[in-house]
Design a protein around this ligand. Structure first.
Ligand SMILES: [Zn+2]
Length: 449
């Protein structure tokens, strides 16, 4: 009896021990978890390690299927037994998969050694880059010879493992290529403004303004016209080298024969001049479609000009001083000739209805010969302008003046001061725009000054 009781007591004791052991293991099991270590960093905990590793493999496979390429996991994924930390516990395995660097075989596109983006398909990228380059040939004269189209920066396409987060499709690649790092600054021309005023305000030269606005004739700006004052900046710049030949006229020279029997105001053309013709070949460099340099590579004379011979009076001369005397103004140089001119880049033709003589602001402007003032004042694109009728259907015009010193109806003598050089109206800087009309039709002023 006693034995039996003792025996029962042992059984109860063993039972209690067993219950303790079981609950202890149950407890251990309950507090046991795995740290998920991705690339050396604990990102979370999971309860079931095997289940997690299976999920990782399934995830890689599903991404691979989605991309149509086999995926390689660049990250090291390890499990480490640890005590459960409920704050770290994660049951959403795909959330954890985001911490892994998955890669596929593709092509990295580098600009100056730095990765810009990556693609699967090399030929598609090459096609895109060609399209991007060729986009900058728009607006170039069809007759021009394009010698090369290159990127300014060093570009490389390198095959290898590419992280899927760096991969872009071709429409996104095109978007990235065409995205401007900085947009062009565009302003609207206001009343009373001209290229010269605008250029000065933006601290650039008229020449820069001309380069940034190739389709615009800066001598014909109107209020409301939109012009670029600072070009866009892109990630990838395109340099185009081209060559174009245009026909230009060669103005004839005037040979003066002094005649002490004639007055200063008297001129007599002994032999009329004939302008010549030349074929000028330009070497042009464009960056992103805008001219960065233009040099004359070759000039071939097609037809030599014939000098004009003028007998000129020396009696009572009007002293005009200055570096060069063009008859109506002491100018520095001819900045634009009369007649048709073909733009060497666009091939577009434009007509200049006078000669532009660059001169300092305020330089005196003198009447070509005796006549009567038929207009003096502001006239649209001419700015401040004077028209003088000389009789026999001959009229001369003096435009972009800063000041006029004659009135309508006033008689002027040859060489009389009538105004001063300025940059009013459609002007690209201080200069005299001199025009000659015979019976209302434009004549080459070189035949008159
Ligand atoms: Zn002009």
């Amino acid at each position: 009896m006693v034995d039996k009781i003792i025996h029962n007591k042992r059984a109860v004791f063993a039972g209690i021990i067993l219950a303790f052991v079981i609950s202890f293991f149950w407890y251990l099991k309950a507090v046991e978890a795995y740290d998920v270590v991705i690339d050396g960093k604990v990102v979370a905990q999971v309860k079931d390690g095997d289940e997690f590793m299976d999920a990782v493999a399934a995830y890689e496979e599903s991404i691979g299927k989605e991309l149509g390429h086999s995926v390689k996991n660049l990250s090291s994924v390890k499990l480490q037994k640890n005590r459960l930390n409920t704050e770290l516990l994660e049951t959403d395995f795909t959330k954890l998969a985001g911490n892994m660097k998955l890669a596929v075989n593709g092509y990295r596109f580098l600009i100056d050694g730095k990765q810009f983006f990556a693609v699967y398909d090399k030929s598609e990228l090459e096609k895109l880059l060609e399209e991007y380059k060729n986009g900058f040939t728009k607006g170039i004269d069809e007759k021009a010879r394009i010698k090369s189209i290159d990127f300014k920066q060093k570009t490389e396409i390198i095959q290898g493992l590419v992280e899927i987060t760096d991969l872009v499709d071709s429409s996104r690649a095109a978007e990235l290529l065409n995205k401007k790092e900085q947009e062009a600054a565009v302003i609207e021309v206001k009343d009373g403004e001209n290229a010269w005023i605008i250029a000065r305000r933006h601290n650039i030269s008229v020449e820069d303004l001309e380069k940034m606005n190739p389709p615009l004739d800066l001598e014909k700006l109107f209020p409301g016209d939109r012009i670029v004052v600072s070009p866009f900046k892109s990630r990838l710049d395109v340099i185009i080298n081209l060559e174009n030949s245009v026909t230009e006229s060669i103005p004839f020279k005037t040979q003066n024969i002094n005649d002490s029997q004639m007055y200063r105001s008297q001129k007599k053309v002994v032999k009329p001049g004939v302008p010549g013709e030349k074929k000028v070949t330009y070497d042009i460099v464009l960056e992103n479609g805008l001219q960065v340099s233009m040099k004359v590579a070759k000039t071939e004379i097609i037809k030599a000009p014939v000098n004009r011979v003028v007998r000129i009076g020396t009696k009572t001369t009007v002293s005009r001083g200055g570096s060069r005397n063009y008859g109506v103004v002491s100018g520095k140089r001819i900045s634009s000739n009369f007649g048709w001119r073909t733009h060497p880049i666009s091939g577009k033709k434009s007509f200049h209805d006078g000669v532009d003589i660059a001169a300092n602001h305020g330089t005196g402007v003198y009447a070509y010969s005796a006549g009567r003032v038929s207009f003096a004042g502001w006239n649209g694109g001419y700015g401040k302008v004077i028209f003088i009728d000389h009789g026999n259907g001959l009229q001369t015009r003096y435009a972009h003046l800063s000041a006029t010193s004659v009135r309508v109806g006033q008689r002027v003598s040859a060489g009389e001061k009538i105004g001063a050089v300025g940059s009013t109206g459609n002007s690209t800087g201080p200069h005299l725009h001199f025009e000659v009309l015979q019976n209302g039709s434009l004549k080459n002023p070189f035949n008159y000054i």
